[in-house]
Design a protein around this ligand. Structure first.
Ligand SMILES: NC(=O)c1ccc[n+]([C@@H]2O[C@H](COP(=O)([O-])OP(=O)(O)OC[C@H]3O[C@@H](n4cnc5c(N)ncnc54)[C@H](O)[C@@H]3O)[C@@H](O)[C@H]2O)c1
Length: 270
């Protein structure tokens, strides 16, 4: 895939079972050097241990240009070049969205603060990191944005998350055009259903709120949702997302920019 020796910055990649760490493992397999970044360094040791390759952890707030600028400058000074930015940082959809008023229309039951938090974590992260890192990105490099299938249609149960991720899809297309003169390609992956911390939190909330799930474990709830909604049957893994990210960033995709592909076992075409 011609990624040997390239430097890849991945935001929100701190947790070993998260999508970011899976993306890192896929890039490492291709011989790339990985900078995994997150808000908090506590799970970094386990994450680094899960990646077979050249990995450097760095703390940075993906929603803050100054923080990402400092991080990118340090990475560029240490490694000489930055070739790929993966905008993966985000927070689980509904967990922080709603107040207690379940029977109301969810979108209208949100506080301004909850709305802002979703937009900051799931859309501004992509904007701020791209704005900060792009000036240091090599011409001919690549940006890969991680949105969600929630971006692709009405997301009634998680409206702010869906709106934020739809913004990521839109930003992908705008940036693709704006960065084309520098031959920087910008593409987007929309993951479907993955058993990461985000889904653990969501399933815990469903268990609490929905009587039909009361006697199930969080994992069992997730499996029921996967079985009900996935035509190909089965959940997606972080590596399923990472494989597409690697392809987008490689020379094999040299004429692909501004594109959005769901890795979801067919959920979004049902
Ligand atoms: N798990 C799924 O089913 C699923 C589905 C579709 C899309 N996604 C998206 O995939 C991405 C990764 O999610 P995940 O499922 O691995 O969840 P996760 O919670 O394991 O990972 C997200 C990481 O982002 C970090 N983060 C949040 N805000 C940040 C910020 N401002 N700066 C730096 N890091 C920040 C968190 O600390 C966390 O480690 C997210 O963008 C999420 O919306 C997940």
């Amino acid at each position: 895939m011609s990624l040997k020796g390239k430097t890849i910055i991945i935001t929100g990649a701190g947790r070993p079972n998260g999508i970011g760490a899976g993306i890192a493992r896929c890039f490492a397999k291709e011989g790339a050097r990985i900078v995994v970044t997150d808000l908090d360094g506590s799970p970094f040791d386990e994450t680094v241990a899960s990646i077979d390759g050249d990995v450097t952890p760095m703390i940075g707030d993906a929603a803050n240009q100054a923080s990402m600028s400092a991080l990118a400058t340090e990475a560029r000074d240490r490694f000489g070049h930055i070739d790929v930015l993966v905008n993966n940082a985000g927070i689980g959809g509904p967990v922080l969205e709603f107040d207690e008023a379940e029977e109301q229309i969810p979108l209208l039951a949100m506080s301004d603060e909850a709305w802002d938090k979703q937009l900051e974590s799931n859309l501004r992260t992509t904007f701020s990191s791209s704005a900060a890192v792009t000036p240091l990105l090599e011409d001919g490099g690549s940006i890969v944005n991680i949105a969600s299938i929630a971006a692709l249609g009405p997301a009634t149960g998680l409206p702010a998350y869906g709106a934020a991720k739809a913004g990521v899809v839109h930003l992908t297309k705008t940036l693709a055009i704006q960065l084309a003169p520098r031959k920087i390609r910008v593409n987007c992956v929309c993951p479907g259903l993955l058993w990461t911390r985000a889904w653990e939190m969501l399933a815990a909330r469903m268990k609490q709120r929905q009587p039909e799930f009361a006697n199930m474990t969080e994992r069992q709830i997730f499996e029921v949702i996967v079985a009900q909604s996935t035509p190909l049957g089965g959940e997606q893994t972080p590596e399923d997302i990472g494989n597409l990210a690697v392809f987008y960033a490689s020379d094999n995709a040299r004429m692909i920019t501004g594109q959005v592909v769901a890795v979801d076992g067919g959920i979004s075409v049902k």
